[in-house]
Design a protein around this ligand. Structure first.
Ligand SMILES: [Zn+2]
Length: 258
């Protein structure tokens, strides 16, 4: 009886309709399946996160053809393509106040965040190994506009980061300052002692503990925002180990996993 009253009352307030338009449920089975999909790597189709690694005017001695090699600045993981029902879901979440979608989005992205965190914790085989393991990465929501702040509970990407944090146990932290105001170390050694040296700006916990960052965003198109965020955090001496996003404007032709 009470349940029926609640359902009817809620039905008046929120149309019992999935963002895709199918009626009768707040989220239809097809759309629930989209959110439960395994996240895939999409950085290869994000032009703005590509950085030139090697340029060969002629074929290399090892048989590599002439050309330009790129590698991605950071891994980017998305639940699917920003089109059709997934686009409807993202828009309903961003603009339509459908906050009940947040835990479902977080559930979908949690394994990706865990995978990035595990990859970040693996030993560095570089020439200058870090003696102590890095602390767990911090989830950092990308502000709607760079230079604006994310506040707890007031921004949809902050809500998503908080929900992924609850699922994974990874900490999350909103940017308190503005990206791009940090100080850059003059030498590599100074930059490595990042969290000790940086004053002002963003992410006090990250600076204090030297933790790297996993960026959290709604949609990636070229990856320009992710790159700008990663570079701005890099100027603060904070490493970015990857990004999780709900949807990508494009998907690579073949699926790859980290
Ligand atoms: Zn639906």
């Amino acid at each position: 009886m009470l349940g029926a009253i609640v359902r009817e009352t809620c039905g008046l307030l929120v149309p019992l309709e999935c963002p895709c338009g199918s009626e009768g449920r707040l989220l239809c089975e097809e759309c629930a399946a989209l959110l439960a999909a395994e996240a895939r790597r999409v950085e290869a189709v994000c032009d703005a996160v590509q950085i030139v690694q090697d340029v060969r005017v002629r074929a290399g001695e090892d048989g590599a053809p002439a050309g330009v090699d790129h590698r991605a600045l950071l891994p980017v993981m998305a639940l699917g393509e920003y089109a059709g029902p997934l686009q409807d879901l993202v828009l309903a979440w961003k603009n339509g106040g459908r906050s009940h979608l947040v835990p479902l989005l977080a559930q979908g992205l949690a394994p990706a965040a865990r995978a990035l965190a595990e990859a970040a914790g693996e030993p560095d085989h570089g020439p200058d190994p870090v003696p102590d393991p890095l602390p767990a990465p911090v989830l950092v929501p990308v502000p709607s506009r760079l230079g604006s702040r994310v506040r707890r509970g007031e921004d949809h990407t902050a809500q998503l980061a908080a929900a992924i944090s609850r699922r994974t146990g990874l900490p999350w932290e909103a940017l308190r300052g503005r990206l791009g105001e940090g100080q850059e170390g003059r030498t590599a050694r100074q930059r490595r002692r990042r969290h000790l040296a940086v004053r002002g700006g963003a992410l006090s916990r990250t600076r204090r503990e030297g933790a790297p960052v996993i960026l959290v965003d709604d949609v990636v198109t070229t990856g320009a925002t992710l790159r700008a965020s990663a570079e701005a955090l890099g100027r603060l001496g904070i490493g970015v180990v990857g990004a999780v996003v709900v949807a990508s404007a494009r998907l690579p032709a073949t699926r790859t996993f980290p």
